[in-house]
Design a protein around this ligand. Structure first.
Ligand code: S3P
Length: 424
């Protein structure tokens, strides 16, 4: 394949969720350009509407307006039915945080994938703040939350998770109490950046983040940077191409998210950054990717949070690299939209690549042989996109059991891939 052409990518998923949720608490209308319009962010928008917030339609290429209701007292109305978070863990966990401060009962549910994902990591600390949360199927969705007055919290999270950290910080902001969260390794910091932009005091020391609750949040607006987690697939396709170069514009390059680019550089791939701009407290840039001969990589557990969603893709790049790659400390992949750890290894093996797991470590042996076989995505968008990229190498015959699931985070993925990759 020849890499040639330029494209943008949809808005960052994490930043879009946060902009919608904080916008709902702001003191007036907020307008965001280039939001991500996907199944996940629509789940957040729909939940906010069910809680009495006016949120405009999320449509690709259109700005979205959120009519903020103000922060005090906690502004949401009791929803009539269950809040359906669909496939979106971010929607479920962040909403739980906000609902913990609201004095009514709400029921949260999700699709089959989300109903198997662990929620104790947020329900435990939210209970410690004073929220009543009932679970009928272990600490998983569906959950019923009844919030109310909260007490301050200092919490040590056993997992490095921005969803956990953000859920607790949002509970503190909505509930008017100080919250401090300590993580084993610092996770993505989009929430902290947005809060600071809105004048909120955020203190960070090592891996502890503390937020002083504000009395109000001003209305705000801005452009959502492109999602590095989506851009990564196109960049990887450029690295695997036989010649040419491709450009992805307007990609968020927050250092807590760019572990993929650092890993690729160590593998021998050169991705250039140009034309930096800043928006909503985030840096963004154009990324230029060219074909490269890749070599194997060893990734340490401390690096994982900065590339957590890109591990399946890095594993696919490792399948084309010279030598044996080792990814340590990737246990969290088991509780993502699918058991990504098991499925990455099994799918690579199904395509003729030697890959296996040992505890929380994933090992991939690079090969020049063209990958061929059928990939089981289990409806997981990131598996579909990672293996679609692996399927672009010369001679490959990779078949996905589901292409539609990319709509969870990147509905235009196949169109954009075709825009920058051409048959040789
Ligand atoms: C997200 C955090 C990550 C990531 C998810 C989005 C967020 O999850 O996998 O896609 O927006 O906070 P964890 O922080 O739980 O690892």
């Amino acid at each position: 394949m020849i890499a040639r052409g330029e494209t943008g990518v949809p808005g960052d998923k994490s930043v879009t969720h946060r902009a919608l949720l904080l916008g709902a608490l702001a003191a007036g209308p907020c307008r965001f350009t280039r939001p991500l319009a996907s199944l996940d962010t629509r789940a957040t928008a729909a939940a906010l509407r069910a809680l009495g917030v006016k949120v405009g339609p999320l449509v690709e290429g259109r700005a979205v307006v959120v009519r903020g209701l103000g922060l005090r007292p906690p502004p949401f109305h009791a929803p009539r039915g269950a809040l359906h978070c669909r496939n979106s863990g971010t929607t479920a966990r962040l909403l739980l945080g906000l609902l913990a401060a609201h004095p009514f009962e709400a029921r949260l549910t999700g699709d089959r994938s989300l109903r198997r994902r662990p929620m104790a990591r947020v329900t435990e600390p939210l209970r410690a703040m004073g929220a009543a949360i009932e679970a009928s199927e272990g600490e998983r969705l569906p959950l019923v939350v009844r919030g109310g007055p909260l007490v301050p919290l200092a919490w040590r999270s056993p997992v490095a998770s921005a969803q956990v950290k953000t859920a607790l910080l949002l509970a503190g902001v909505a509930g008017g109490v100080r919250v401090a969260v300590t993580e084993p390794v610092a996770s993505r910091d989009h929430t902290e950046r947005l809060l600071r932009l809105l004048g909120v005091r955020v203190e960070v020391q090592d891996t502890t983040t503390a937020v002083e609750p504000p009395e109000t949040l001003p209305a705000f607006e801005g452009e959502i940077p492109g999602d590095i987690s989506s851009a990564a697939y196109l960049v990887a396709a450029g690295l695997l191409a036989t010649s040419g170069e491709l450009v992805v514009h307007g990609v968020g390059v927050n250092p807590t998210r760019t572990g993929f680019l650092r890993a690729v550089a160590r593998m021998g791939g050169k991705v250039e950054e140009s034309g930096r701009f800043f928006s909503l407290g985030e840096a963004a840039a154009s990324l230029v990717a060219r074909p490269a001969r890749l070599k194997a990589i060893e990734v340490a557990p401390e690096e994982i949070p900065s590339m957590v969603d890109e591990i399946p893709l890095l594993a696919c790049l490792a399948a084309r690299a010279e030598g044996r790659s080792v990814f340590r400390g990737v246990g969290e992949l088991r509780v993502k939209e699918s058991d990504r750890l098991a499925l990455v290894a099994a799918n690579l093996a199904a395509l003729g690549v030697a890959a296996h797991t040992e505890g929380d470590t994933l090992m991939v042996e690079g090969t020049d042989a063209p990958p061929a076989g059928r990939v089981t995505t289990a409806g997981d968008h990131r598996l579909a996109m990672a293996f679609a990229v692996l399927g672009t190498v010369p001679g490959a015959a990779v078949e996905l059991d589901d292409r539609g699931c990319v709509a969870v985070s990147y509905p235009g993925f196949f169109r954009d891939l075709a825009r920058v990759l051409h048959a040789s």
